[in-house]
Each structure stands twice: as structure tokens, then as C-alpha cells.
Design a protein. Structure first.
Length: 167
């Protein structure tokens, strides 16, 4: 069975920007689009014109159709080895483990997501909750740009295995 993932234009743009290792400011400068507008586009709060799509694609050095069709970068370097997944899962579960920079970035984002979804008590005001929700969303988007959905599920399963002794 084939599963199609439908991505919004904003999410597709975000993933390509992350793949190119560009900040919003850098992409804004390259494309001639203001950073606030770019932020709204990535969040899905702003519609884009054909000329905007062309400018963004040109700045990312990709075809405009990739953005419009929701095609995201597929990079073999994104894949994590079994050993890397185990190291990340061990680190998240509290075991002393040395991680490489990419592994640590992925581990920290996943740890934040797991803490947020675990119902951790943020306590306090609505503002704190909104701030936490923003961090969780940013962590999720970061993970989506770095690992596949299957790898993310595998990582969560490994964290459960190392933390609770089951998968």
C-alpha cells in the first residue's frame, strides 16, 4: 500500500530551507522577501503568488514545482544508522553516552518533544504554555527536516526500550 503525505507549501518551504542550512533571514535576503513575510508563509498564514514561488525556488536553487507539489529533499545523509539511533535513545533515557553534534541536536529535539507530550507540568500562565507549545512545534519541525517518519518512530521505540525495558 502506498501512503502519500500531503504537506503544506509552508512546511515544504521550511524543509527545503533547513536542508539548505539557511536561516529565515538568509533566505529572505536571497529571495528579496521580508523575513516576517517568509515567517508567515512557512506558518501557512500567508498565501503566495507565482512570482514569490519563483523567487523562493531560485534562492533555494530548486525548481518551483518542487515547492508547489510538496516534494521535500531526500538526502541519504539524513538516515541514521542503528548505532546512532541506539546512542540517541540511550542519551535520552539518561544513560551517559557520547553523541556527535548531529546526534545531540536530534536527541535534544526529541527529548523536548517527549517531555512535552508526556504531560509534564509546565504550570503557571497561559504565556508559558504557549511558549512551550512553540518550542515543541519548532522541535517537531526540526526533527521532520532531519529524520524520516519511520526513523522517528524507531527512535521513540528505542527510547522506550532503554527507559522502560520494552519497545
Amino acid at each position: 500500500m502506498i501512503h502519500f503525505v500531503v504537506r503544506s507549501f509552508g512546511e515544504t518551504l521550511y524543509l527545503w530551507r533547513e536542508y539548505a542550512n539557511l536561516t529565515q533571514q538568509e533566505l529572505a535576503l536571497r529571495s528579496g522577501i521580508s523575513r516576517p513575510n517568509l515567517c508567515f508563509i512557512e506558518q501557512g498564514r500567508r498565501e503566495v503568488t507565482i512570482s514569490t514561488v519563483r523567487r523562493l525556488a531560485s534562492a533555494l536553487e530548486i525548481r518551483p514545482g518542487l515547492l508547489v507539489d510538496g516534494v521535500v529533499p531526500s538526502d541519504e545523509k539524513r538516515s541514521l544508522s542503528r548505532v546512532q539511533m541506539d546512542r540517541i535513545a540511550q542519551w535520552i533515557s539518561g544513560r551517559p553516552t557520547r553523541l556527535r553534534r548531529r546526534e545531540r541536536d536530534i536527541a535534544e529535539a526529541l527529548k523536548l518533544l517527549l517531555a512535552f507530550s508526556g504531560g509534564g507540568s509546565e504550570g503557571g500562565t497561559k504565556g508559558r504554555f504557549q511558549q512551550s507549545a512553540g518550542k515543541e512545534k519548532k522541535a517537531f519541525r526540526y526533527l521532520r527536516s532531519r529524520v524520516s517518519a519511520a526513523e522517528l518512530n524507531n527512535l521513540i521505540s528505542r527510547v522506550n526500550k532503554f527507559t522502560w525495558g520494552f519497545s
